[in-house]
Design a protein around this ligand. Sequence first.
Ligand code: SF4
Length: 374
Amino acid sequence: MNPHEPWGIYIHYPFCQRKCHYCDFYFSTLLKYRAGYEEVFWIEWQQRRKQWLPPNALVSLYIGGGTPSLASETFLKKLHKSIYPFLPSIEFTIEVNPEHVSLENIKLWRAIGVNRISIGVQTLNPQLLQLCGRTHTPTQVFKALELLCKHFDNVSVDILFNLPNQTTLEILHHLEQLLQFPIKHFSVYGLTIERRTYFYFLYKKGLLQQDETAFAEQFLAIDAFLTEHGFIHYEISNYGLKNYFSRHNLLYWNRHAYLGLGPSAHGFLAPRYRYANVANHHRYRRYLQQNRLPVEKEEVLSDEELFYEQLLLGLRLKQGIDLNTFSSVYQERIMQKIPLLEQKGWVQWRYPFLLPTLQGWLFHNTLVLTLMDL
Ligand code: SF4
């Protein structure tokens, strides 16, 4: 492992006040178990400390969830103490919900070294917020952004599109309203109906549909709007101003290493080792009380799996894939497919890079499977 290769830490905070209707992440709404999680977490922290890569190459610490803005002050201060020497040089992000943004919390997040906020706005349509099961209102979003942007330079906003009956005009109007604030980054996700969600239940009953035409139209309209406003569409779902791309996300897509901690967290040690923690906070606690790492699944990628992953992750990025990073056998397989993919308008070939186009992103899965010959 190259000692200068960047790496990161992801912490999953597995509690939410209630379940959003589209969400299939792992979390619990039984907030009484928070203290138990926050207590045993440090056992995993200690164990993972042994797996740390060179500390001077640590570039990102990210607390996601769940709802990390529900984390206690004690927990966050202990985290600060544990990571203190590395804070000046890393990107330290916390995901927050609009309803939890207060001056008091902002002071706490700043005091522990957070320098990037990712806020889950989703939409500014109050009916759609309700339909999604979100607990915040548009007024809370505006208040939260006003406060956050006063105290943090680097604020990122999460937005959903292709929600039921959502129009392209409405999304663009919302983006315009959000851009009254000095937001530096947007994560923009099209709704996908996942099993184990209330939306899936509605879908099965025929009460909710997925509209592929609206998906494509909105994806392209958001791209046009945000790029006109100076944002770079650097990844299929992410836009950033120059110098504000998410370091944490880039670690994932560039296949750099990261340690995942907390229930359901995933970790990756380049180039081939992946693990997933147990997706249950009771089991997570039991494993750690027995002084075992709470790992449910581990795998060492085969050549073919590695090839798939390089394509799947690399083609999410605007910069595309560099053919020189593939062995000659795989380079040949890719080269054979380029004329067909260019004809479809899904890629551009700029030796040695294969770059996805916007159309290619719309057909991302099919693009990858075509290159895999599947
Ligand atoms: S979307 Fe976020 S806040 Fe809502 S249930 Fe999922 S993890 Fe919790």
